[in-house]
Structure formats: C-alpha cells, structure tokens
Design a protein around this ligand. Structure first.
Ligand code: SF4
Length: 103
C-alpha cells in the first residue's frame, strides 16, 4: 500500500476498498498528490479530524470536485444525496481551515 492509500484512503475514506485497487482516484486524492509533498500529506493526515469541516465547501467544489473523475457517474455528496464526502475532503478542508486561521 502506498503512502496515499495508507494516509488518505484507509484512514479517512469509508468508500475505500483495498482489495479493489481502483485505477481512478477521487479529486481530493489527486489534488493532495499533485500539490503536497509526501511529508506534508502525512502531517496533514495526522492532524486532520476524521469529521470534515464544511466551511470551505464552495472552494473545495471548485478546486477539487470539478476535477474529480467520479463526478461523471455522480458523487452522492456533491449531488446533494445524504452522504459524506470522500476521505481526502477531510484533509483538504482541514488544510483550508488552517490556512484561513493563519495571518
Ligand atoms: S466529494 Fe465527491 S466529487 Fe468531491 S472529490 Fe470527493 S468524490 Fe469527488
């Protein structure tokens, strides 16, 4: 298992199925992988609460969900169905909340 799966998927995502090893990843996985170093991801995953913070939802929708491969078939959370978002959402929302808090 790679560091992304161990720190993002297994730790935060209730949709994660390790035996499937899906080639397509969700938008939050790709966003974190492209924009953060491994060290930053591990640190963020250690610090992020399991429960996502929804105060940056509009920003996450534009920055992360708009690029998500799973949106084609529909993401229950983004489509307004009563569902939690993907696991990486919790980490991205944690990072955005912290970036707003710092001067
Ligand atoms: S919340 Fe849904 S649309 Fe947004 S990145 Fe996660 S899986 Fe994709």
């Amino acid at each position: 298992m790679g560091y992304m799966e161990a720190n993002v998927c297994e730790k935060f995502c209730r949709f994660y199925k390790p035996e499937q090893n899906e080639p397509e990843k969700c938008g939050s996985y790709e966003f974190l992988r492209k924009n953060l170093t491994k060290r930053e991801i591990v640190r963020a995953a250690d610090a992020a609460p399991a429960k996502p913070d929804f105060s940056s939802d509009d920003t996450i929708s534009e920055m992360v969900c708009a690029e998500c491969a799973f949106r084609v078939d529909g993401c229950d959370y983004r489509d307004g169905v009563n569902s939690t978002p993907c696991g990486g959402y919790a980490i991205v929302s944690h990072l955005l909340r912290n970036s707003k808090a710092s001067p």
